[in-house]
Design a protein around this ligand. Sequence first.
Ligand code: GDP
Length: 195
Amino acid sequence: MKVNNVSLERVVGRIDQLPTNELVEIAFAGRSNVGKSSLINTLISRKALARTSGQPGKTQTINFYNVEDKVYFVDLPGYGYAKVSKKERDRWGNFIETYIKSSKQLKLILLLVDIRHKPSEQDKMMYNWILYLGYTPLVVATKMDKLKRSQIQKHIKILKEELNATKDTVFIPFSSHTKQGKEELWGQIDAHIEV
Ligand code: GDP
């Protein structure tokens, strides 16, 4: 999709504010600092529309970006802050679960993981949780520019094994710095918008 018009249409902090949208929704999940805002900004060719996680704990909102009046990019709050209390974590889980279960328009959930590292326990939980909620996550392996070309497939294999990924889970290596993976990712997203 060629993107000219994007706006942050809605910032939702509470379950009772979740919208009922007409357009297809594509959600983005991942631990904080994994490169989620950079990836969203890369997809929509903006420098800094999507927030970056400068303020841990202060970004527990679900942000809806209207992209070309065709699709919403739904930026889910990042996980994995060390300092978050159990109460806040529970609230986060409940909020995201309610969104995923109640959205009629959510077609695809992207789970971002860092290509360099083994997935964290929370990444594994998130992967399984998305499956449990009835979606097959599309795993985006971020920061591929940090690895040598020859290492990429090996690391994807490790991610697949560690996540115990289902056969139909698609993995896409991606870099916001070099824009590698951008077209492939848009291909996947477009396929969900058209159905
Ligand atoms: P978020 O917390 O998941 O939204 O992560 P950000 O997009 O704010 O990125 C976190 C950090 O990782 C920042 O310092 C980014 O510059 C860096 N980063 C994000 N994407 C990439 C990438 O593709 N390659 C490299 N090398 N660094 C990246």
